[in-house]
Design a protein. Structure first.
Length: 689
């Protein structure tokens, strides 16, 4: 088959030897197919030559003219070729080639050629050095709309263009395999893959390029969305899950010492009706730090327990799991419900008894890290699975947990305020509840940027003065550093160094150091002491980023603010301002970079997580926010989740239609699409189809 050729190694091309092969493969290009998926970064319109007489500034030009005054000089080592080119406008440019033994033979005096290259002024002359050229009548690739490829290390874009042309010569792209079913290409009005690639590498018109690009984005997003829906396995017809009297949530809520905010109430009633229906819940609760998501988890687990089912609650860190366990088990015990904790760092004996009790149905709620989804854990009657700070878990991990029971209700909670439009697509078929209103009486955290420069709005000394004042009042504080230890390479403050400095500065204050490389026991002891106000000041790395709840902490100092992303700063800041007291956040900036300053200023001006997320999106692009690390989505080559949101929506809809017609992609027409999905998701997609 012809397209087998595309799987051949690129060193079958003329001009690619060992060293180029190595360079290419360092950039994940090893086959001819990889190379044709390397797209031009831009195009040069060389359809119409510029009249030399009209050239009045330096730049890249396409000219066509006759070669005159050819002059070739050489010794055994070096050579230089000079000639003039005169065109129909009657004006001339001077052309020079160095080391031109080979070119000297190609250029004939008196013949007409096309030239493309940079024109510079040299002593009043227009001069071109080493232009691209071809005979004027030839159908060469230097004329027309010419693709420009980025260099790959030492391999120039021009060489790459030549290699791609070679591929086209041996194996016309027409034969590249199509993976989107034809009926879909027709209804969606999208061109075939071969037409697209041909149009992108060898365009005749500009619209061909656009059509081609659209096709690649469409194809990638269709694969992404169909894959997502497959992973979630929800489009395989109706599923039935446990039916729970959701209204019992309100029994729990009514006994809380505070009233729910409007958005919390709305979310609670969403959850309540999800639980009551036979269709399993699949809901994302999105709410800013401190907006009160935990009570929603608690009240739903309460209702589920009252209906005789078990719940599993997963937190991203051991510290957080333990903290949730402590608070939740206290309240639940009062209602006669039993909680268990499962973390990797606990005695075998305790673990065993929790596992036994879970299996025997004696435990109503298990709280833990991903230890909860290890194979050893067996449930008696699992009815609800909750993950806190969902973005920390991959798609697969969530799926594994859901597999522990037949269609449990699933609820994911996140403080990462992903704009709704994107969330809808990224999380496919999840229903979404958003909590925007903050609990009453919550004071806005006062945020100030400080730098060591003289025009800083607040000095470091003043920051420390305020820190001391808060602690004197009995409050607690955090100092956050980007590094654990001093580094020779990175110029940033380390927690260890700051810890020493703080001890010298505040000899009378109880200070502790916390970082990720400490063993779990030590970390937990420190957190516990901080929680119980035995420690007043915690010097820490970002291990405290997620979800720690110490309402008495009112002040946070973040060192080297420039080293943190906006979303991360927002998370960090959310550790203070959790009680009724006025809280403060000081951002210490050690950089004059514009982005760093802009970021700090955004933090100063708003506390709305959604605005911060939008700004973050603008500053960093979606790659970082919706990075693989965060949600388990594969890397995309062509599409942008935010830029191509319209295509994303369209492909989501089509993906749904495809799966409605063929839930397992078993039909012949969908075979190629299915293998494309496997290719895109790689190891992350453990599809047993
Ligand atoms: P997050 O959404 O960040 O997980 P939490 O659930 O930890 O926030 O809630 C933060 C704090 O706010 C907790 O101490 C919680 O008891 C309290 N809280 C939650 N809802 C309300 C409310 N409606 N009114 C007052 N306090 C509330
Ligand atoms: Mg939380």
């Amino acid at each position: 088959m012809l397209n087998k050729m595309l799987s051949q190694s690129i060193d079958t091309l003329k001009g690619i030897g060992k060293s180029k092969m190595k360079t290419f493969s360092e950039h994940n290009i090893t086959t001819l197919r990889d190379l044709i998926l390397y797209l031009p970064k831009s195009y040069e319109d060389r359809r119409n030559p510029t009249a030399i007489r009209n050239i009045n500034s330096e730049g890249s030009y396409f000219v066509v003219g006759r070669v005159l005054n050819k002059n070739f000089k050489s010794n055994w080592k070096k050579s230089i070729l000079n000639f003039d080119v005169i065109d129909s406008s009657g004006a001339m440019i001077h052309v020079t080639f160095f080391n031109a033994f080979y070119i000297n033979n190609l250029i004939k005096e008196g013949k007409v050629y096309s030239f493309y290259g940079q024109i510079n002024y040299n002593l009043g002359w227009l001069q071109m050095i080493h232009p691209e050229f071809c005979e004027a009548e030839s159908e060469s690739d230097i004329r027309g709309i010419v693709p420009v490829y980025s260099n790959i290390s030492s391999i120039s874009g021009r060489q790459i263009r030549n290699f791609i042309k070679q591929i086209n010569d041996i194996d016309p792209l027409e034969y590249i395999e199509e993976w989107i079913p034809e009926s879909i290409l027709n209804t969606a009005n999208v061109c075939s893959i071969s037409y697209a690639l041909k149009g992108i590498h060898f365009p005749k018109t500009k619209s061909q390029i656009l059509e081609g690009r659209y096709r690649l984005i469409f194809g990638e997003l269709l694969t992404l969305e169909t894959g997502l829906l497959l992973i979630k396995g929800r489009s395989r017809g109706d599923k039935f899950g446990p039916v729970i009297t959701g209204e019992r949530m309100w029994d729990y809520i009514d006994k809380l010492p505070f009233e729910l905010t409007e958005d919390q109430k709305k979310a609670a009633s969403d959850i309540s009706s999800d639980l009551s229906s036979s269709r399993p819940m699949n809901r994302l609760i999105q709410g800013d730090v401190g907006s009160g998501k935990t009570v929603l988890a608690e009240s739903s687990m309460y209702a589920v327990a009252k209906a005789g089912y078990q719940s599993a609650f997963m937190a991203p860190t051991e510290i957080l799991a333990k903290q949730h366990y402590d608070t939740i088990s206290k309240t639940f015990n009062k209602y006669g419900l039993k909680c268990g904790l499962l973390v990797s760092n606990q005695s075998q004996k305790l673990k065993k008894s929790v596992l036994n009790d879970l299996k025997g149905g004696k435990i109503d709620v298990v709280i833990g890290t991903h230890a909860v989804i290890s194979d050893k854990v067996k449930f008696n009657k699992l009815g609800l699975v909750i993950t806190d700070e969902q973005h920390r878990f991959g798609v697969n991990q969530r799926r594994m947990l859901s597999e522990k029971s037949t269609n449990p209700n699933v609820m994911v909670m996140t403080a990462t305020p992903i704009p709704r439009t994107i969330a809808v697509v990224v999380f496919g078929d999840l229903d979404i509840s958003i909590i925007k209103t903050m609990p009453k009486g919550r004071k806005k955290i006062i945020t100030r940027v400080s730098s060591d420069s003289s025009n800083s709005k607040i000095s470091r000394d003043k920051v420390y003065e305020n820190l001391r004042e808060e602690i004197r009042k009995g409050r607690q504080g955090y100092v956050i550093a980007p590094l654990i230890d001093e580094s020779d390479v990175i110029d940033a403050n380390s927690a260890t160094k700051l810890f020493e400095e703080m001890q010298l500065k505040f000899p009378d204050i109880k200070i502790a150091l916390l970082h990720g490389e400490m063993n779990a026991e030590t970390k937990e002891k420190i957190m516990e002491d901080f929680y119980n106000n035995k420690i007043s000041l915690l010097v820490s790395t970002v291990v405290i980023e997620v979800g720690i709840n110490v309402p008495n902490a009112t002040v946070m100092v973040i060192e080297n603010t420039e080293r943190f992303g906006l979303a991360q700063l927002h998370q960090l800041r959310g550790r203070v301002g959790r009680g009724g007291d006025q809280s403060y956040c000081y951002l210490i900036l050690n950089s004059k970079s514009e982005t760093a300053i802009t970021r700090a200023e955004i933090m100063e001006s708003t506390s709305d997580g959604f605005i911060i997320a939008e700004e973050d999106l603008k500053l960093r692009g979606p790659g970082d926010i919706l990075g693989k690390r965060q949600h388990g989505l594969p890397d995309l080559m062509f599409a942008h989740l935010t830029k191509h949101i319209d295509v994303l929506k369209k492909t989501l809809q089509i993906a749904n239609e495809i799966l409605a017609d063929d839930p397992n992609l078993a039909k012949e027409k969908n075979k190629m699409l299915k293998s494309k999905i496997k290719e895109l998701y790689g190891d992350n997609l453990n599809l047993t189809l």
